[in-house]
Write a protein that binds this ligand. Structure first.
Ligand SMILES: [Zn+2]
Length: 140
């Protein structure tokens, strides 16, 4: 692939998420009231309803809950990127995140494989947190 994929739509609640990604940092909201981590970013805690939250850096590690390979992209940019892999990752901290699996060996990934966050450059000087297979021997 020679061209970068488009930048995603960015909701106002997710500003710190995208700002951190530009610096290769992975931040999630952590509820100040109940301590639960959450994804996707939201104004209110999905566990207790509190509006008190802090952006914190989780481990960036997890395991693949489910995955699929996309052979027919929705736009010309994504068609040029096929085949690519969409995964649901269960983060060590609890949230399940839908993302892409990229990097070496991604095409051979399986449910239960350990993964870790990595970052993919996109158009508009942005980066997107994605996931890569963790080095063998690393437990999530
Ligand atoms: Zn909460």
């Amino acid at each position: 692939m020679t061209d970068l994929l488009p930048s995603p739509d960015m909701s106002p609640d997710a500003g710190p998420y995208w700002d951190a990604a530009k610096e290769n940092r992975f931040l999630l909201q952590n509820c100040d009231a109940c301590g639960e981590w959450r994804f996707v970013p939201s104004h209110l805690c999905t566990h207790c309803g509190s509006d008190k939250t802090s952006w914190k850096e989780p481990s960036g590690r997890g395991v693949i809950y489910s995955l699929t390979t996309v052979h027919r992209g929705p736009t010309a940019e994504f068609r040029a990127y096929t085949p690519y892999i969409i995964v649901f990752v269960d983060l060590v901290e609890g949230p399940r995140i839908m993302t892409n699996l990229i990097g070496e060996g991604a095409e051979h990934a399986a449910i239960g494989d350990a993964v870790e966050v990595c970052f993919e450059a996109r158009q508009g000087n942005t980066k997107v947190p994605q996931f890569c297979l963790a080095p063998k021997g690393d437990a999530a």
